[in-house]
Write a protein that binds this ligand. Sequence first.
Ligand code: RET
Length: 255
Amino acid sequence: MSGITLPTLSVGEYGLVYNMLSFALAAMIGSLLFFVLARDLVSPKYRMALILSAIVVLVAGYHYFRIFESWTSAYTLSNGQFVASGEPFNDGYRYMDWLLTVPLLVAELVAVLTLPKEKSGSLTARLVLAAVLMIVLGYPGETSTDIATRAIWGFLSTLPFVYILWILWGELNKAAGTQSPYVQILLRNTRLLLLGTWGFYPIVYLLPMLGISGSAALVGVQVGYSIADVLAKCGYGVMIFMIARAKMAAEEKVK
Ligand code: RET
C-alpha cells in the first residue's frame, strides 16, 4: 500500500492516469492474444520464449486490472476536482507484478538465445535471483515518503540491476557474433530496448527525490511506469518473437 497521502487531482490529471492504466491493460490483453496465436509460427525450440511472453502479459494484465480498480476507488469527484476517497491507492500491485514478470522476462531472453543447456541453466538462475533481489530491495523505498530511506533502498536495488544489465549486455553481444546480419540488428535493437526501458524504472523512482512532489509525482510515476511496462513487456515480447523468426529463417538457409 502506498503510505503517501493522495493529493487532490485536476480532472485532467486523474484522467491521464485513468487512460494510461486502461491503455496498458488493453496492450496486455492484445499482446496475450498475439503471443498465444503466434506460437505456431515458431519452431519448437523457440516456443518456450513465446510461452514466457504470454505468461508475462497475462500476469501484467491481471495486475493492471487490479491497479485500475484501486485507482478508481481511491478517488471521488467533488466540486470539479478528484479528491482522495479515503481508500488507499495500492501501489504494491506493481511490485508484485515485477516480482513475477521480471524473472520471466530475463528467462525469455535467455530462451530465445538458445545457448547450450549447461550455460543457459546457470545464467537463468543467476539472473532470476538478481531480478528478485532488485525488486524486493526497491519496494521498501518505493513505499516510503522519507527521502533518505528511498535513497538507501534505491541504491541497494541498483546493485542487482547493474549486474543484470551487465550480464545480459555481454550475452547479447556474444550471441550476436555468430548470427546472420539481420539477427545481429535485432539483437542490437533488443539491447537498446532493454537499456532504454529498464533504465526508465529507476528514473521514475527518482522523481519524488528530485523535488517533484504532490500530484505531479503521483501522476508522473503512474504514467511513467505504465509506458515503461508496455514497452518492456509487449514491445520486448514482439522483439523476442522477431528474433525467433529471423533465427529460424537463417537456420533454414543453412540447411
Ligand atoms: C527500482 C527501485 C529503484 C532502483 C531500481 C529499480 C529498478 C526497477 C526495474 C524494474 C523493471 C521492471 C520491468 C517490468 C516489466 O515488465 C525497483 C524501481 C534499479 C528495472 C522490466
